[in-house]
Design a protein around this ligand. Sequence first.
Ligand code: GTP
Ligand code: ZN
Length: 196
Amino acid sequence: MSEGTGAFDHERAEAAVRELLAAIGEDPDREGLKDTPARVARAYAELTAGLRMSAEEVLTTTFDLGHDEMVLVRDIELWSMCEHHLVPFTGVAHVGYIPAETGKITGLSKLARLVDVYAKRPQVQERLTTQVADSLMELLGARGVIVVIEAEHLCMTMRGVRKAGARTITSAVRGTMLKDAATRAEAMALIHSPRG
Ligand SMILES: Nc1nc2c(ncn2[C@@H]2O[C@H](COP(=O)(O)OP(=O)(O)OP(=O)(O)O)[C@@H](O)[C@H]2O)c(=O)[nH]1
Ligand SMILES: [Zn+2]
């Protein structure tokens, strides 16, 4: 994938929103819309903040707890933006890993932050899923990783095919989670066990 600069240009974003308002037949100068380009630019800066963050920054806090068995955080709330239509897709991510033999683990919140690094940018669900899995393998030296994402795409709900409630499920399985069926089954059982 070719890389953009990642830098957010507020002035350019404001001008583009003003232009879009004119293109849809609105009057960008009417009272209710006059602050909209600046607001939308700020909102887009937030919604694409992942372009200006890295997995390396997020996974700096690690502990050597000697815990070398599965850690799984499920139901991590997720908001991303479909790169085809620039409308949201939303759902949950389940992220599990088997730490390195040294027992090097990261903070639980860092798994949720990692999801945000890759979610807060124009994205497709498949790439989001593999990027989270691959960064855990590389940066934590995890022996195995499983990432399952369940999401609803507003581009399929509010427009186009208009199928509300359809959920897309993607998974990325790496290392021992891939090789060892019992470990993978344990992770899937944890992901699907009853809530509450
Ligand atoms: N694989 C994948 N497809 C996605 C994702 N988000 C949106 N899409 C799909 O991207 C496709 C884009 O299709 P196009 O035919 O180029 O665009 P379109 O005419 O707006 O398509 P419709 O949505 O079917 O109206 C659609 O089928 C979307 O459902 C995603 O995360 N992964
Ligand atoms: Zn879309």
